[in-house]
Design a protein around this ligand. Structure first.
Ligand code: PEP
Ligand code: MN
Length: 353
């Protein structure tokens, strides 16, 4: 970082700030301009609480040079990370579509959904067993029973399963069944949950918080990476909005922005991003065109009977139409889409974790 001293700072002030920098384990480098004295700080500035320097006498400004995240950054790892989920590579050349109902409701519902999404070309099955609902009076998910039903659907279709974990005490049970553990938007900054997930040997799908900045999003990923779990996939699912016609505003800007700043894969959830089934297909097209590594789409065999998020769920036939479009759009932006029977493949220059 660079410390800009106020115009009236004396040599004694510069000396004082320099000594403080040394006490913090860093090295000061003073440059005297015609109007201002600047002190360059050499060392890992991420380890320093910036306020401890900002509040020193006659300091005008402290300008960070490094991003607050390190392991998540492209500077740290220039090659794309490819995260393998039940043998499906996410973050490579292939665009991967994950689909299934918002919640697991019963065996018939989840198995029917799994068969339908697989036939259309989905590579992984989604379904919530632990549900973070806004109202305490509505369906809260089947819990472990839901996980068992997901495992049943996996047995029948061979699709790996993606499901949410809401608290640290449930990480072990969810990890026993899931191939990819989802951190919901509401929990993006639940640092204890992130720490627990950083210790498991399963990949994590980290959804962006409803009002999280890109820095905050990547700092949450940093919790997972710094704790030792390098299998992290990001998911944009819409941010808090003032518009009244959608549930959230799907922030597709974040897709290319993440690609510049980070090596982590990023997928897009157009279901929560819009809250409307009629907008899911157009926003899916846009997400792939913007460079997303995949989609997370809610599909329900009978959305009118769904216990959660029916209004944003596609029927199986509409999902099959979407997959046909995905197979046209992905090649136009240099990406592939596996046919339902295809096996895993990877990009050579990338790092599979
Ligand atoms: C979900 O995927 O069903 C869900 C609850 O998503 P989010 O955390 O993005 O609201
Ligand atoms: Mn949902």
């Amino acid at each position: 970082m660079i410390i800009v001293m106020q115009a009236r700072a004396t040599e004694a002030d510069v000396e004082y700030v320099s000594r403080r920098i040394e006490e913090l384990g860093l090295t000061p480098h003073v440059s005297r301009g015609t109007e201002r004295i600047l002190i360059g700080v050499i060392g890992d500035e991420r380890l320093v609480n910036r306020d401890q320097l900002t509040l020193l006498p006659h300091v005008e400004e402290v300008i960070p040079i490094l991003k607050p995240y390190k392991l998540a950054s492209r500077e740290f790892q220039p090659a794309d990370s490819i995260v393998s989920v039940a043998g499906v590579p996410i973050g490579g050349n292939e665009v991967v579509v994950i689909a299934g109902p918002c919640s697991v409701e019963d065996e018939e519902q989840i198995v029917t959904a799994a068969i339908a999404v697989k036939a259309a070309g989905a590579r992984l099955l989604r379904g919530g067993a632990y549900k973070p609902r806004t109202s305490p009076y509505v369906f809260q998910g089947l819990g472990e029973e839901g996980l068992k039903l997901l495992a049943r659907a996996r047995e029948k279709t061979g699709l790996g399963i993606v499901t949410e974990v809401m608290e640290s005490s449930e990480v072990d049970v969810v990890a026993e069944y899931a191939d990819l553990l989802q951190v919901g938007a509401r929990n993006m900054q639940n640092t204890k949950l992130l720490r627990s997930l950083s210790k498991i040997d399963k990949p994590v799908l980290l959804k962006r918080g409803p009002a999280a900045t890109l820095n905050e999003f990547l700092m949450s990923a940093e919790y997972l990476l710094s704790g030792g779990n390098h299998r992290v996939i990001l998911c944009e699912r819409g941010i808090r909005t003032f518009v009244e016609y959608t549930r959230n505003t799907l922030d597709l800007n974040v897709v290319p922005a993440v690609k510049q700043l980070s090596h982590l894969p990023i997928i897009v959830d157009p279901s929560h991003g819009t809250g409307r089934h009629d907008l899911v297909v157009p926003m899916s097209r846009a997400a792939i065109a913007a460079g997303a590594d995949g989609l997370l789409v809610e599909v329900h065999p009978a959305p009118e009977k769904a216990l959660s998020d029916g209004e944003q769920s596609l029927k199986p036939a509409a999902f099959a139409d979407l997959m046909r479009e995905v197979r046209c759009i992905a090649p136009a932006v240099g990406r592939s889409v596996a046919s339902p029977a295809a096996t895993a493949s990877g990009r050579e220059s990338a790092r599979t974790v």
